[in-house]
Design a protein around this ligand. Sequence first.
Ligand code: OGA
Ligand code: NI
Length: 356
Amino acid sequence: MNKLQEWPEPIVRVQSLSDSGTPLIPERYVKPPLERPSINSTASMDVNIPVIDLVGLYGDDHALRAAILDQIAIACREWGFFQVINHGVSPQLMDRAREAWRQFFHSPMEVKQAYANTPKTYEGYGSRLGVEKGAILDWSDYYFLHYLPSTLKDFLSNPLLICREVLDEYGKQLVKLCGRLMKVLSINLGLGEERLQNAFGGENIGACLRVNFYPKCPQPDLALGLSSHSDPGGITLLLPDNHVPGLQVRKDENWITVKPAPHAFIVNIGDQIQVLSNATYKSVEHRVIVNSSEERVSLAFFYNPKSDVPIEPLKELVAPDRPPLYPAMTFDEYRLFIRMRGPSGKSQVESLKSPR
Ligand code: OGA
Ligand code: NI
């Protein structure tokens, strides 16, 4: 598809705009009034997504394990989002990974430009999602790379050659944590513990990382760091910035600002689990707000189905009174939508709903 070979217009690095010291953001970044961050934002002290302690998930205390499974089940149904602590990933590794990427974004522009991406694979240094000419853009740059399948992993061309061990180990530990969460979700859906993983293609799942860099924004009330979207994949593990909040999760008509717990991962359900679970679990819309005083770095790790297996509602979760809501589609086909149209709320998964 020719459309996916190149960006429709020259790429502007948001970081360069921010560094230029302009007091006014270009028109291209000004959101329409109803999408601006002040609309229904809640930063109230007492609302947060659930924080779940995973210590004991693999221990011998069956009552404790059952309680953790319950908390996850409730969080999946009520929020589609939760934080996990004592998750088994080394806190030092988390800090090192985040700081290595922060360093990349602070390296000279020529260094970063050497990794400039294209819409063909999205791999590398990017500043937009979607190829629609004239689209309103988000106030962020990013770096996107694949971990799995290993045939797609291209560490030699990634900018962190010096920290390859960190990057590699980070991927390994997160794949392991996602595998554990997949079992929990599977059991909670009333399935065998391997059922979801098998539906994803067993061992041959996909995994990729999107490192988001949100520069300071002189007019944060007019822009978004990342527009509202649901994640297209299976499970997302987000390592947020350790100092600067910004992620907002949709709860009914409100946007709740997430307050990250120290060394927690923020877990959320993606569209593929919504489809497999026949909407028992829903992928939830989220977005990122920016601010004028501090930059923000986050690492979003996406655990996805093998890209060529058809994903459709599991037969155990379909019944005469609960017909399948979605047709079968491979993840390769599915992710083309967000890659071409950019983040657009939940319009994609909703549009798939079989007419009834
Ligand atoms: C994403 C995402 C949130 C954040 O990359 O899909 O939702 O806090 N990121 O950067
Ligand atoms: Ni997301």
